[in-house]
Design a protein around this ligand. Structure first.
Ligand code: GDP
Ligand code: MG
Length: 183
């Protein structure tokens, strides 16, 4: 049986994947969270990238290795390797583009197919700053998340709203599940 001491919990490294349609803001959510940067006209790039970020949970330092599709999703070519070992996921849509919300089911299916375990998942409605262009209501997002048993949050990578909270919610839950298992 595994036994984790207090010290060992500091070595936790959680793989978290960002998924969702092209241009919903995945790369900018990561840029905002990890570097407090925003790119108004970002173009998707090729190749998988990840960024490791330290997150403080109840005074403990946990490392999240956050993976970005880096453009693969444009060709619906996110590989199984991308999902392998993931313990958390942010499934992102753009509240100003209903089509990206309609794709969520497909992304959840893919996540379930390729991941090797139950992945702590949060549904993220990004671009909440685009108030006049909104096509998906908060209630719709919340209701889908409830039906699928997911966490839910609306974010804006542009104005920083809820960005840290989105990542922290996932990491905190993974940490809680792991601590429950070893007690
Ligand atoms: P990705 O393809 O999902 O990685 O999306 P990107 O992060 O590349 O973002 C696509 C476009 O949406 C870029 O032009 C971003 O500047 C813009 N964008 C990303 N997040 C937000 C946001 O929260 N609000 C607004 N208004 N634009 C955003
Ligand atoms: Mg991207």
């Amino acid at each position: 049986m595994a036994f984790y001491t207090e010290e060992q919990t500091e070595d936790y490294l959680f793989k978290i994947v960002l998924i969702g349609d092209s241009a919903v803001g995945k790369s900018n959510l990561l840029a905002r969270f990890a570097r407090d940067e925003f790119y108004p006209n970002s173009k998707s790039t090729i190749g998988v990238e990840f960024q490791t970020q330290k997150i403080d949970i109840k005074g403990k330092e946990v490392k999240a290795q956050i993976w970005d599709t880096a453009g693969q999703e444009r060709f619906r070519a996110v590989t199984s390797a991308y999902y392998r070992g993931a313990v958390g996921a942010l499934v992102v849509y753009d509240v100003s583009r209903r089509q990206t919300f309609d794709s969520i089911g497909r992304w959840l299916n893919e996540l379930q197919t390729y991941s090797d375990m139950n992945v702590v998942t949060i549904l993220v409605g990004n671009k909440s700053d685009l108030k006049d262009a909104r096509e998906v209501t908060t209630a719709e997002g919340k209701s889908l998340a409830e039906a699928q048993g997911l966490f839910f949050i609306e974010t804006s990578a542009l104005d920083s709203s809820n960005v840290a909270a989105a990542f922290q919610t996932v990491v905190k839950e993974i940490y809680n599940i792991l601590s429950r298992k070893v007690i």
